[in-house]
Design a protein around this ligand. Structure first.
Ligand code: PLP
Length: 265
């Protein structure tokens, strides 16, 4: 009787500035015409410059929320960002297995301001338990190097990460120097696709979350992975082009319909 939108289960931390985390996911998913089911993995204390505190949500609460949603809703894709506690991971794996939905994991290790967001135990558990269930891993260059230390190039990092069991890796180069932003998609069959975008001269807060969530939304809408990666990048680039200053630190992507953003006096 009522329209049924494509559903994306978003599992992310809460960023009170609204720039990153679950807030970014909900906006990016809505902008693609899908609907976000929101699962908060951690609360944070932060501003637009850096993160000061991360407090995980109890894994047992995550388990109950997933059970409740899976019994009620037909999930089309899953997006995972900050994982607050390694004990949450088995429940996230269960959600992927039970839904059979494609999963996009943005391995959030460190905030753009420098604060650590995941401890060593969580990083190890992500790789051992979650990577083998992931359709697309979206590390930025710093995260790719940290997850695959000791190799020379970002392409080699991506190959090392594929060997850990995820099906595809998209290494984003927004945090690299250079006049353009170069993103690399390495697929399970070894095919490598290179994307180059004009660099918008600023450091943003929440760009990675926006990209991963918009790709997950496109997958939920039925796009093939290549199309979802292309559209997600185009949407994120446009959102960065209309970024908003909500605090004194880094600007956040303008994810909403630009016609509805009023100019500040
Ligand atoms: N807070 C939360 C909850 C996040 O998920 C992230 C990144 O994904 C950040 C903060 C940091 O975002 P950024 O590195 O874009 O500043």
């Amino acid at each position: 009787m009522f329209p049924r939108p494509p559903l994306v289960l978003c599992c992310s931390g809460h960023d009170p500035t609204g720039g990153a985390g679950i807030h970014a996911d909900i906006e990016a998913v809505a902008a693609q015409g899908a609907h976000a089911l929101s699962l908060i993995t951690a609360n944070t204390v932060q501003d637009t410059s850096d993160v000061r505190r991360v407090v995980a949500v109890a894994p047992i609460l995550i388990a109950a929320q997933i059970e409740s949603l899976l019994a009620d809703c037909l999930i089309g894709a899953i997006k995972i960002g900050l994982v607050g506690d390694p004990e949450q991971i088995p429940y996230l794996v269960k959600a992927i297995e039970q839904t059979g939905a494609p999963a996009v994991l943005d391995p959030v290790l460190q905030a753009g301001g420098g604060a650590a967001l995941s401890n060593a135990r969580t990083v190890a558990a992500l790789q051992q338990q979650l990577f083998p269930h992931v359709t697309l891993l979206t590390p930025n260059a710093a995260e790719a190097r940290r997850l695959a230390p000791g190799v020379r190039t970002l392409e080699e990092c991506a190959r090392t990460l594929l060997d850990r069991g995820c099906s595809n890796v998209l290494v984003t180069g927004g945090d690299e120097p250079g006049e353009t932003v170069v993103n690399l998609w390495l697929a399970a069959d070894g095919a490598l696709q290179r994307y180059e975008w004009p660099r918008i001269a600023a450091r943003f807060h929440g760009a990675g979350c926006t990209l991963a969530a918009s790709i997950a939304a496109r997958l939920a809408c039925g796009d093939a992975l290549a199309e979802a990666i292309e559209v997600g990048q185009r949407y994120t680039q446009a959102a960065l082009g209309r970024a908003l200053a909500v605090g004194a630190g880094r600007p956040i992507p303008g994810r909403q319909n630009p016609a509805r953003v009023p100019a500040r006096a």
